[in-house]
Design a protein around this ligand. Structure first.
Ligand SMILES: NC(=O)c1ccc[n+]([C@@H]2O[C@H](COP(=O)([O-])OP(=O)(O)OC[C@H]3O[C@@H](n4cnc5c(N)ncnc54)[C@H](O)[C@@H]3O)[C@@H](O)[C@H]2O)c1
Length: 318
């Protein structure tokens, strides 16, 4: 069997609720656990909003949406979430000590054959795991919202059995995802590292050059975005011509940004409570619109783009 019948999702936050949905849509029974019960209540509201968007976009039939929703149940304890799990999806806060404690509990309470995946963004989680977990654990790192974005970074630890990665890769492909498989731990994978490099330049432009957030996002959306979506960066380089790419490297008139631990622009926004969409304000103002509404608006637009993009990739008229 390619799919899993029982899945435990540990952590019900920004990623946890969405990963519970992703797995429930594959037909699995999903048990969702968070140390903060109110987060689990909120997770079900966000799952309902996401399902409504997927239904409207024709990605999921009404019956399938209802059945998927019914397959997700809250677990009162970590042990209850793990009791029958064939697959464990760890997506708790990005804190090594919290993850270490969760892996210890998983080693104690999950069935002996359960596969364990971690959604860590930047941590090398393998040294945080009890030895017994190593052979059956891997990083499976998703992008938000994972019920729309298809990339999954698949990373083995030093002790991971190769067959386990084959199993996970087959599962993600079978559910329509696009796993990229790494031979060993690459911190930050590819997409997160590229994003971090871009962020370093963006914070330099904001903090040191006084460039407005609108100008930065306009430049990305109307300059880089469309081409990146279609070609990636290296195929785009082939179209540019590699002689020009070499000249651009040699003729560089400014240095790449030094890495930075913080940004004065970001510090100012955080001090003002402008923490992003969930607070109604971040770099931009969202007019106190509820987060569900903003997520649904984003998801509708992403799904429309995805539909057009699928058609383009298949050589059809979008
Ligand atoms: N936010 C993103 O876009 C994104 C994308 C990819 C990967 N990730 C990774 O996913 C993980 C979760 O990130 P998030 O953005 O969902 O964070 P989040 O803060 O929204 O959610 C994390 C949840 O973990 C819960 N938690 C803390 N300790 C726990 C424990 N012992 N057992 C169960 N739950 C516990 C918290 O109460 C919280 O609700 C992190 O490792 C992060 O790096 C995040």
């Amino acid at each position: 069997m390619t799919t899993f019948a029982d899945v435990a999702v540990l952590g019900a936050g920004t990623m946890g609720h969405a990963l519970a949905l992703v797995h429930a849509l594959t037909g699995a029974r999903v048990r969702l656990f968070d140390v903060r019960p109110e987060v689990v209540d909120r997770a079900f509201q966000l799952i309902d909003a996401a399902l409504a968007t997927l239904r409207e976009a024709g990605e999921v039939e009404a019956d399938a949406a209802e059945a998927a929703r019914a397959r997700i149940t809250p677990a009162a304890t970590l042990e209850a979430a793990l009791a029958r799990a064939e697959l464990v999806v760890e997506t708790v806060v990005e804190d090594p000590e919290v993850k270490r404690a969760v892996f210890e509990a998983v080693a104690r309470a999950a069935p002996a054959g359960a596969i364990v995946t971690s959604n860590t963004s930047y941590l090398d989680v393998f040294p945080l795991m009890p030895e017994a977990l190593g052979p059956r654990a891997a990083i499976a790192h998703w992008y938000t919202p994972p019920y729309i974005l298809d990339l999954v970074d698949l990373v083995p630890g030093p002790a991971t059995e190769p067959a386990l990665l084959d199993r996970l890769e087959a599962f993600y492909r079978a559910i329509g995802k696009r796993p990229v498989r790494f031979a060993r731990m690459i911190r930050g994978y590819v997409a997160n590292r590229l994003q971090a490099a871009m962020s370093a330049e963006i914070f330099r432009l904001l903090d040191e050059e006084g460039i407005a957030p609108e100008v930065i996002d306009e430049s990305i959306r109307h300059g880089l975005g469309l081409r990146l979506l279609l070609l990636g960066q290296l195929r785009k380089a082939d179209y540019t011509g590699l002689e020009l790419v070499a000249k651009a490297l040699a003729n560089r008139s400014y240095d790449p940004p030094p890495s930075r631990a913080r940004s004065s622009t970001l510090d100012r926004l955080l001090a003002e409570g402008r923490t992003g969409v969930l607070a109604g304000r971040g770099f931009f103002d969202y007019g106190n619109r509820p987060a569900e509404e903003l997520f649904r608006e984003r998801d509708r637009a992403l799904l429309a783009l995805k539909r057009a993009w699928r058609a383009i990739e298949e050589g059809r008229e979008p």
